[in-house]
Design a protein around this ligand. Sequence first.
Ligand SMILES: Cc1cc2nc3c(=O)[nH]c(=O)nc-3n(C[C@H](O)[C@H](O)[C@H](O)COP(=O)(O)O)c2cc1C
Length: 188
Amino acid sequence: MTRLMIVIASTRPGRVGLPVGLWFDERARAHGGFDVDLADLAEINLPFMDEPNHPRLQQYTKEHTMQWSARVAQAEAFVFVTPEYNYGLCAPLKNAIDFLHNEWFYKPFGFVSYGGVSAGTRAVQMTKQVLSPLRMFPTFEAVSIPFVTQFIDDEGQVQANEVMDQAADAMLDELARVSDALAPLRSA
Ligand SMILES: Cc1cc2nc3c(=O)[nH]c(=O)nc-3n(C[C@H](O)[C@H](O)[C@H](O)COP(=O)(O)O)c2cc1C
């Protein structure tokens, strides 16, 4: 089993990110190859980066950083459930990434992105750039959801189409493969 962390990036009240994240969480658990940790950044509630030392030193001074560090260190692969704000990644996700360093190393990641016509893909491209110095590896496979509200029903739940389901499964398969391939680098 690959330890997968699903990160819900949006922290806004009424966010679409929550139902999208819950849909993907269910899909990932049904896959059978993952031990899933759903990390909701609204619940985790990190302040703006408030550590005095560069995170590569791992000299953390705050309880919230130590807890986030332990949780991310446990994970072997990530899926970021992310909107696009002003053509870029949302601030809570950037902040959560910046808090840590070594904990991210040699782990693969994928996206469930959503938005209007662009389906959040500009945020995806920007996030890949941010994660590359952390020695992380993107999957080609991704779930990209355009005009996301059309997939939310009256109960506020995601009703996925076949394209979304197939993309999710393809991304999960690839995350497991790449995570296994990177395991020697993580243990070195
Ligand atoms: C500050 C802000 C900026 C936004 N910028 C974009 C954008 O650049 N591209 C886009 O497709 N949607 C944009 N939107 C619309 C979002 O796609 C939509 O509000 C979505 O529900 C946001 O995700 P969330 O509800 O999980 O926070 C923006 C929304 C907000 C609040």
